[in-house]
Design a protein. Structure first.
Lengths: 165, 83
């Protein structure tokens, strides 16, 4: 394999914030085969259902989260011709305006990069063991899972694949 | 085996994890949920709606029919809300 053409995979779970632009730049540095780079950043909103919030707190199952994200990154690499994938998911207390999650995918062409980034986000929402709690004036409340997120994740399943696992 | 709890399942039970030795008749994850729910009010509250409880054996998602024999670590948690 020629220098600079390896598949670059980064998965990090961390309490501290990240720099999306700097993380994205690492996937193109020193190589000229990348023709498409898609970056998605999930950000903590300042209001839920019209009511202001003080912060989100994310609880996670550390070892499983890392393994589960790695399995989905491998799956993305099997489905699309990717040159690099970066997934960073924060945990702990996150105030409005701060980053929660980053997904970056690179490929030669845009279709693969867009699809892989969307696939990974849909799976992170429904399968990665993270739980959000909203902190507001009325106290702390766990966020309920959204049917729309399950439906979004279901789009990526192979026909006949069991939906319950 | 080590049993772990997360999010509101953890809050309702009042502990993050514990080591338990379920009786021989407890074969599956579903059996384990039923057995746990009978251990006290806090467990009954956590498992009052077993359909929405998710489980993982040794850090892999499983269904209620999954056999628990040989498991080191079984986790119970609500539907996930990451991303």
């Amino acid at each position: 394999m020629a220098a600079g053409t390896e598949t670059r995979i980064t998965i990090r779970l961390q309490r501290e914030d990240f720099d999306a632009a700097a993380e994205a730049a690492k996937l193109t540095q020193g190589r000229t085969d990348v023709g498409a780079l898609v970056t998605f950043t999930g950000i903590c909103r300042g209001a839920e259902d019209g009511a202001p919030i003080a912060a989100l707190t994310l609880e996670h199952y550390p070892d499983m989260a890392e393994a589960e994200i790695a399995r989905h990154v491998e799956e993305a690499c099997r489905r699309w011709p990717l040159f690099g994938v970066t997934v960073i998911h924060r945990f702990g207390r996150i105030p409005p305006g701060e980053n929660i999650v980053l997904v970056v995918a690179t490929s030669s062409h845009r279709q693969a990069a867009f699809a892989a980034a969307e696939f990974l986000m849909d799976y992170l929402k429904t399968r990665a063991p993270f739980w959000k709690q909203v902190e507001s004036a009325s106290g702390a409340q766990w966020v309920a899972a959204q049917d729309a997120d399950d439906a979004a994740a279901a789009r990526w399943r192979a026909p006949g694949e069991n939906k319950d696992v | 085996m080590r049993i772990l709890y997360f999010a509101w399942v953890r809050e309702r039970i009042g502990k993050t994890d514990e080591v338990l030795d379920p009786p021989a008749g407890i074969k599956t994850v579903g059996d384990l949920v039923t057995w746990l729910a009978g251990r006290g009010e806090e467990y009954a509250h956590a498992f009052e709606n077993p359909k929405i409880i998710r489980a993982a054996i040794d850090r892999v998602h499983v269904r209620p029919e999954a056999v628990i024999a040989g498991a080191n670590e079984i986790a119970f948690f609500p539907p996930m809300t990451g991303g």
